[in-house]
Design a protein around this ligand. Structure first.
Ligand SMILES: [Zn+2]
Length: 619
């Protein structure tokens, strides 16, 4: 059998297997699905008995008191806002749906906590306004799902406040703008078969909407819940095996919040999660935002994560903490809400601060999966610590960039090596990720902006797949090796990158090895906000925020540094002031090794003088 036939057969078998798994493990009998429905209101997310439990806890839990203060402040601000209007940005109504959801949670919880009608009245106005919209933009279904979530939740939480006529109007809006398009979407849209954030957001939003009015609309509710239970495992399996999210930390948050909404709605209204909570990786997934945040909270922001995206309060961490009884997640989220405002969903999923401290976190972590991540640090709880993260995986991943092997580095409280993040989603062809697709003409998305090698100036192959081949974590030495060969097939027989913490975790070594048959131009590059001074040809001094980092070429001895600008012209983001530190080898051939040492200048000014270069095979 030739390799291509083998691959096709493997893909068919894989698809059959995954279909079987989702159909068999998570199928639901239509006649059974609503049998356990709680007929009382509010049946979703936070029941009255849970509210009472929280009110008791409130009398003695200072953090919960602070959360409520934050929510009431937010609700007061929401009450003063202008009424929502139907306004699309590009093809999306999403910002309106999200704003509606934000208001309904804040106003709804404020009303239920205080009993003050001003909050309920404002929430009702918002609900009636969006239910009178001509549609919830089903062509971009996230917008429909998030709005269905907002409206379903508002209906349930305010049920006793709403008069019969208002209830009817809201139900009619939910059916027309939410359920009708959902039923046709489950038949023919791509997202119900997708393995990424769209799956959880669309299913999670529709579950909340469907269960909100399941008594008066059992036909719709049944079909939506059955379809969602069948669809969700496809995406939940993407957390496997270690909880990483292939679309980066930003989309981890979006996908995991909607996992939490959907599953909480099922549990509260039906008393079951249909076994979805047991899917491998979900219980571990709270580790992902913890470990992929650097010492100052900046994420390893691969995929279309924002350029400065950082750890922020995320209520789904409380949901994970209480669902899986995990004190690490609880502790991490308590640390976040101590610094920033809590949201209504923090109260819904509230867990008190853990009494016993969780086990100490590891310095290094390897997340396996379709996109692999390795992160290393010199210490926890030290904002000046050294941190480096590397990614592997496949370039076709949703929201992916051509960035296999790319790394980011923090030290001394500064991000020295960065990913520029996403560009404007409305740029023409932004989603055309085929080989030759327009997505790859955009600087922030292609290889030329990433801290990866460039051979003959070409981007990595958009169809490339890469794997870590070794990961080691020891106190004095920690490293990862990634096989990048498939990304550079046009120009090299083999490409391997090693990234290591060296010198007792005071410096980072990035070492690339190439086997090149036909002479080509080889560029080693990293992207930085720092000012760069080339002192000698093999030594560059980077300065940022009053701190310094030295880059030194250990191999090859003939090479020298140069600097280029990362600036681009609109309509792309311009990346003002961003630079690229470059090593250019115009005639690379045979076995070539590029080894660059990155040395933060620590306060004690101890200078790491010599790091021995060993072949990656001997690491
Ligand atoms: Zn990127």
């Amino acid at each position: 059998m030739n390799i291509y036939r083998f691959l096709v057969l493997s893909i068919i078998l894989f698809c059959c297997n995954s279909t079987l798994a989702s159909a068999e493990d998570f199928s639901v009998e239509p006649s059974e699905v609503l049998k356990t429905l709680d007929k009382s209101h509010p049946r979703l997310m936070l029941k009255d008995k849970d509210l009472e439990r929280l009110k008791k806890l409130y009398t003695k839990d200072k953090v919960l008191q602070k959360c409520l203060k934050d929510v009431l402040k937010d609700a007061d601000a929401c009450a003063k806002k202008r009424m929502l209007t139907y306004r699309k940005i590009g093809p999306r109504l999403l910002s309106v749906s999200r704003e509606c959801l934000h208001r309904i949670y804040a106003l709804g919880l404020a009303y239920r906590w205080t009993g003050e009608q001003k909050y309920a009245e404002k929430a009702k106005e918002n609900l009636l306004t969006v239910c009178a919209f001509k549609d919830w933009n089903p062509s971009h279904f996230l917008d429909t799902a998030e709005m269905s979530h907002a409206v379903g939740l508002g209906y349930v939480w305010l049920y006793s406040y709403l008069d019969i006529e208002t209830r009817e109007k809201i139900r009619a809006g939910l059916v027309k703008n939410g359920f009708e398009p959902a039923l046709s979407a489950y038949k023919k849209s791509w997202w119900s078969k997708s393995e990424h954030n769209w799956n959880q957001v669309c299913n999670g939003g529709m579950i909340v909407g469907a269960l909100a009015i399941a008594q008066s609309e059992p036909g719709y509710a049944e079909q939506i819940i059955i379809s969602a239970i069948e669809s969700l495992p496809r995406a939940l399996k993407s957390y496997s095996p270690d909880g990483a999210w292939m679309e980066g930390p930003g989309y981890w948050s979006y996908a995991t919040h909607y996992t939490a909404y959907g599953l909480t709605a099922l549990q509260t209204a039906l008393g079951t999660d249909f076994g979805l909570l047991q899917i491998e990786g979900l219980a571990e997934s709270g580790s992902f935002p913890i470990y992929t945040a650097g010492p100052r909270g900046l994420y390893l922001n691969f995929a279309d994560c924002g350029g400065r995206s950082s750890r922020r309060p995320m209520p789904c961490m409380f949901w994970l903490a209480r669902t899986y009884d995990n004190s690490l997640y609880a502790e991490a989220e308590h640390a976040e809400i101590a610094k920033s405002d809590a949201r209504a969903q923090h109260v819904v999923w509230y867990v008190p601060a853990p009494v016993t401290m969780p086990a100490a976190k590891e310095l290094d972590r390897y997340f396996r999966g379709p996109v692999e991540i390795a992160v290393f640090r010199s210490a926890w709880n030290d904002p000046e610590a050294l941190f480096v993260g590397v990614k592997a995986g496949y370039n076709q991943v949703n929201h992916g960039h051509l960035d296999l092997g790319s790394f980011e580095l923090d030290a001394l409280g500064i991000r020295w090596v960065r990913d520029l993040g996403s560009d404007n989603y409305n740029l023409p062809g932004y989603w055309d990720k085929r080989r030759g697709g327009r997505r790859w003409s955009y600087y922030r998305l292609n290889s030329k902006s990433h801290s990866v090698p460039l051979l003959n100036g070409e981007d990595q192959d958009p169809l490339a797949i890469s794997k870590f081949t070794r990961f080691q974590t020891e106190r004095s030495s920690a490293f990862v090796l990634v096989d990048l060969t498939s990304a550079y097939k046009n120009s090299a027989n083999k490409v391997t990158r090693g990234v290591a913490m060296v010198e007792n975790r005071r410096a980072v070594l990035v070492q690339d090895e190439f086997d090149i048959e036909k002479t080509c131009e080889l560029i080693w590059a990293m992207t930085t906000d720092a000012k760069i001074d080339i002192k000698e040809k093999d030594t560059a001094v980077l300065t940022l925020g009053g701190r310094k980092l030295i880059a030194r070429i250990l191999s090859p001895s003939v090479a020298g540094f140069t600097v280029e600008s990362a600036q681009q012209k609109p309509p792309q983001k311009t990346n003002r002031g961003v630079r690229r530190l470059i090593v250019r080898l115009p005639n690379a051939r045979g076995n070539v090794r590029v080894a660059i040492l990155l040395l933060p200048v620590w306060k004690a000014r101890e200078v790491v003088t010599k790091v021995q270069v060993k072949p990656l095979a001997q690491w």
